[in-house]
Each structure stands twice: as structure tokens, then as C-alpha cells.
Design a protein around this ligand. Structure first.
Ligand code: ATP
Length: 283
């Protein structure tokens, strides 16, 4: 559904994307994961026709993103990082105006359906300003779905949301997948990628350093982590492939050793030596 072939993008001296190549299948939830500045938003901006790459090509549903931007806009929906709803207007008015601006057919019928799917029917006459951050994010999602996009882009969909609100949002994103749409999301949150994504691509300095399902990536790099405090007081994590190997490492250490299952953050650290960011949902 999405084909990216060797796209590069430079801002001044910063190489935001360095020959990125990636294929995203129809109907999958794909997560672009990486630390600040890895190139996630730049990738989304290029695919949603907001900016052009310096080189390379990309296609969505067979259409050339650079050569046919008007055709692309008809088949995509975008939930940006920043909330750009009309805050003085109601939920219903926001959807209606957006639908009219985008020539959505049978607009009123579609609004009713989407309000129901996104569990917003009771809030239809509420002014956006009066909604919580989580509900406003739901309205953004509902608005992006109005044009029945084949591909939905979500840039950091749950940033700043409370853990339980985040989980509710994940449920709604899963519903979108059930409808057969393709979802590309960017995220800093490891749990979000693990809970939601069929596959993830880990970006570092504009390049893809790992690609696969969360469980495949953990199998490749190591499914267990042994953690202990070093002599100088720093936390050391050693990733390994089997429980037996983990026990062997643990036996060689003193007290305070813990063994846990690896997560995508461990995969990232192993591959790059860097951390993504604080990623625990309960932090
Ligand atoms: P974040 O998680 O912080 O949103 P990201 O992975 O989305 O990061 P990008 O926003 O794509 O990363 O940025 C990639 C690099 O390009 C960064 O070094 C960023 O500072 C730089 N960059 C992005 N947009 C611009 C711009 N308009 N002008 C100059 N530099 C930019």
C-alpha cells in the first residue's frame, strides 16, 4: 500500500532522512519508532505531501506521492501531532466543516456513523474547548476518518495522554484496522508500538535500523534481559537469547539482579547504543 524507495531529505546540515526504503502492506498497523530527531515526522510529512524529499520516490496505493499530490490527498487521512481543531466550535460543527471543505459525499450520514464508531455521539454538541485532551484526540481521529481514507497517518497519537485514555485510543485505532484501512503511526512509546503495531520500523539518524513484528525483533536481538547495579552505581542491562543464558549471567553477579523479558527499547539500545526516551506507560 505504501512504497518508499530511497528517500533522502536534508535540512541545512542535518540529514533528516538518509535513503529510506520501506514497504507497508495494506491493512497493517505499522509503527515508525525512534528517538527525537530520528526522521519520523519528516517521513510522514513527505508521505502526506507536506514536504518533498531531495531524492527518492514514494507511492501510496500505486499513486506517485510527489507527482500526484492531489490524488494522494483524496486517499489519506492525517492526525497531526498538534491539535488543529476549531476550538470554539462543537464536535459536530468541526466534522461538518471539514467534510464540506473536503467534498465528502453523504456527509451527515457519515458523521453519524463516525461519531458512533469513535464513541463521541454524546459529545456531538459540546464545544471542543470543553473536551478533555483525550476526547479532543478522538475528534481529530474522527475528522481524519470522514473522507474514508485508505491510509491513515497518526503522528504521535497518544502523546501527553493518561495511560488509561491512551488504552481507550488504542482500542479505537484497532477498530480502524478492522475496517481494512492501513495505519502508519509514529511513536516514542514502546508499549504503544508493542500493543498496537503488526510491524515496526526503528529509525535512527534518518535510516531504518530494524524492521519486523515486535516479537520477531525481540527474538532476533534477545528475549531476556539481566539487570544489575554496577560497582559505580550505574544500571547495567545485558540482553540474551535464552532463560538459561540469563541465569548464567545472573549467577555471576551479586545481589540485586533482576531478569525480565526484553522490549523494543532493549532492541533499540542493543542496535544503536542509544535510548529512545523514557517509555514506560506508567511514568
Ligand atoms: P521527534 O520525535 O522529535 O518529532 P522525529 O523523529 O519526528 O523527531 P523529525 O522531526 O523528522 O524527527 O526531524 C529529523 C531531523 O530533521 C531533526 O534533526 C530535526 O531537527 C530536523 N528538521 C526537521 N524539520 C526541520 C525543518 N523544517 N528545518 C530544519 N530542520 C528540521
Amino acid at each position: 500500500m505504501i512504497t518508499i524507495i530511497g528517500i533522502s531529505k536534508t535540512y541545512g546540515k542535518v540529514k533528516a532522512l538518509d535513503s529510506l526504503t520501506l514497504e507497508i502492506k495494506q491493512g497493517e498497523i505499522f509503527g515508525l519508532l525512534g528517538p527525537n530527531g530520528a526522521g519520523k515526522t519528516t517521513t510522514v510529512k513527505i508521505l502526506t505531501t507536506l514536504t518533498k524529499p531531495d531524492s527518492g520516490k514514494c507511492f501510496i496505493d500505486g499513486k506517485d506521492v510527489i507527482g500526484q499530490p492531489q490524488d494522494i490527498k483524496k486517499i489519506i487521512g492525517v492526525v497531526p501531532q498538534e491539535n488543529n481543531l476549531e476550538r470554539e466550535l462543537t464536535v459536530y460543527e468541526n466534522l461538518l466543516i471539514y467534510g464540506m471543505l473536503h467534498n465528502v459525499s453523504e456527509i451527515k450520514k457519515k458523521i453519524e456513523f463516525i461519531l458512533k464508531t469513535m464513541e463521541l455521539t454524546e459529545k456531538r454538541e459540546t464545544v471542543v474547548n470543553k473536551l478533555s485532551g483525550g476526547l479532543q484526540r478522538r475528534v481529530l481521529l474522527a475528522r481524519a476518518l470522514l473522507s474514508e481514507p485508505k491510509v491513515l497517518f497518526l503522528d504521535e497519537p497518544s502523546i501527553g495522554l493518561d495511560p488509561h485514555i491512551r488504552r481507550e485510543l488504542w482500542q479505537l485505532i484497532r477498530k480502524i484496522k478492522i475496517e481494512g484501512r492501513t495505519v502508519l503511526l509514529t511513536t516514542h512509546y514502546i508499549e504503544e508500538a508493542e500493543a498496537l503495531c503488526d510491524r515496526v520500523g526503528i529509525l535512527s539518524h534518518g535510516s531504518l535500523i530494524a524492521l519486523g513484528s515486535p516479537s520477531e525483533l525481540k527474538k532476533q536481538v534477545g528475549e531476556y534481559v539481566v539487570e544489575f547495579i554496577d560497582k559505580d552505581g550505574s544500571l547495567i542491562s545485558e540482553i540474551c537469547h535464552s532463560r538459561e543464558e540469563a541465569y548464567e549471567i545472573a549467577k555471576r553477579r551479586n545481589d540485586g539482579v533482576t531478569i525480565r523479558r526484553s522490549n523494543l527499547e532493549d532492541v533499540f539500545v542493543k542496535l544503536t547504543g542509544e535510548r529512545i526516551i523514557q517509555t514506560r506507560i506508567n511514568q
